[in-house]
Ligand binder design. Structure first.
Ligand code: GAL
Length: 369
């Protein structure tokens, strides 16, 4: 286990205070999910060890409702004197780069970063390096990070591809009997490329005809909806299944398909409340349920260790970077109860109307507590 560095220089405290004033001005950026920097995190923390957590967006609920609170709780438990300074990039790469710079000015000892655009980090990473501030790849890998924690994203893609096949099988549809379309994630997100790679491999191995494929800009469900709507307009053969890279884009796919009177097999990712409800309604076959608590814990442990100048423990290595991976599960109506077991998802959030409650009960979900 790590030991806390006992003495912190007065000079460092003074620099941090000066930077705090600068950061408080920058922290309050447009969009939601920004806490205004250090000031909103409980006021002046003087010489507290600052750890910046920078997440990419707030449309996918995991970031604000799981990753952030889990990470803050874990850091507090590991080092009560540490302070997490949080900002959300609102899917804007430039805004997020400013948040990295602000964190450096603010005297962050470690930056935990889930990048909006992993390929545009060069300049800010150089600044972090010049200041000797280690940066952690959170969920999305980027080169030059001191530690990485995520899911094995190509494997997630394989799970997704298999879910498409299982959905077709459950419907009694031969996977070679018609076209399958792919609605992938944001091209700036390296995970999206891995999901696509894994899913494509599984589908191709099964002899599936991937007739059309689209990379959704910014993971935007409306982009997904518009693309599918456009595709369905022509006289092309209709798809037997549409792979969607996450539950948000799956929602867009379902809306477009319904409007055109189509019922392809649709799959997603993230175990979002909307996705789970779509599964209960029969509009979506599966989602990938990721347990976010272990991921935040790995990141918190690594961040606290690095802040103390220690090497993080890691069970794995990815691209020469110490790494910890977390396992994920495919969820369908048959095993939907699994998502409620860890407390990550609440029955009351999913089974929230009389109509859905009925579907919940039919699927064997206990809605009485
Ligand atoms: C991925 C992440 C997914 C999903 C998606 C949309 O990088 O691994 O869990 O949240 O981004 O933001």
């Amino acid at each position: 286990m790590v030991h806390q560095r006992a003495i912190r220089g007065l000079a460092a405290g003074a620099v941090a205070l000066a930077a705090l004033a600068a950061f408080a001005g920058c922290g309050n950026q447009k969009g939601q999910g920004n806490d205004g920097g250090a000031a909103a995190d409980g006021g002046s923390a003087g010489g507290a060890t600052k750890i910046a957590l920078l997440l990419p967006e707030n449309k996918t609920t995991r970031y604000e409702s799981q990753d952030r609170p889990n990470f803050e709780k874990d850091v507090k438990a590991l080092d009560p004197s540490a302070q997490v300074v949080y900002n959300n990039g609102n899917q804007d790469a430039t805004q997020q780069q400013q948040q990295v710079e602000a964190a450096l000015t603010d005297g962050a000892k470690v930056i935990v970063l889930d990048p909006v655009d992993a390929s545009s980090l060069g300049a800010v990473l150089a600044k972090a390096k010049a200041k000797d501030v280690p940066v952690i790849s959170y969920d999305r890998y980027f080169e030059g990070s001191a530690y990485y924690t995520s899911f094995d994203n190509e494997k997630i893609g394989e799970l997704q591809g298999n879910a498409v096949l299982a959905g077709l099988k459950a419907k009694g549809v031969d996977p070679k009997s018609g076209p399958v379309w792919m609605v992938n994630g944001d091209p700036k997100d390296p995970n999206a490329a891995d999901f696509k790679k894994g899913a494509t491999k599984v589908l191709k191995d099964a002899g599936v005809n991937i007739a059309a494929s689209h990379d959704t800009l910014d993971w935007n469900p409306d982009d997904a909806r518009q693309w599918v709507a456009g595709q369905l307009q022509g006289g092309k053969p209709k798809p037997i299944a549409i792979y969607a890279a996450n539950d948000g884009t799956a929602g867009g796919v379902i809306a477009a398909a319904k409007k055109a009177g189509q019922t392809p097999v649709v799959t997603g990712q993230d175990g979002e409340v909307d996705g789970l409800q779509n599964i209960l309604k029969g509009d979506q076959y599966a989602t990938i349920y990721k347990s976010y608590a272990p991921q935040a814990k790995y990141a918190a442990e690594a961040a606290v260790a690095l802040a103390k100048g220690q090497k993080p423990d890691a069970k794995d290595t990815y691209k020469n970077t110490p790494t910890d991976f977390v396992e994920a599960d495919v969820i369908t109506k048959d095993n939907i109860n699994k998502v409620f077991k860890t407390g990550q998802t609440k029955v009351s959030d999913v089974c929230n109307t009389a109509a859905v409650k009925k579907l919940c009960t039919d699927a064997g979900i206990n809605t009485t507590n």
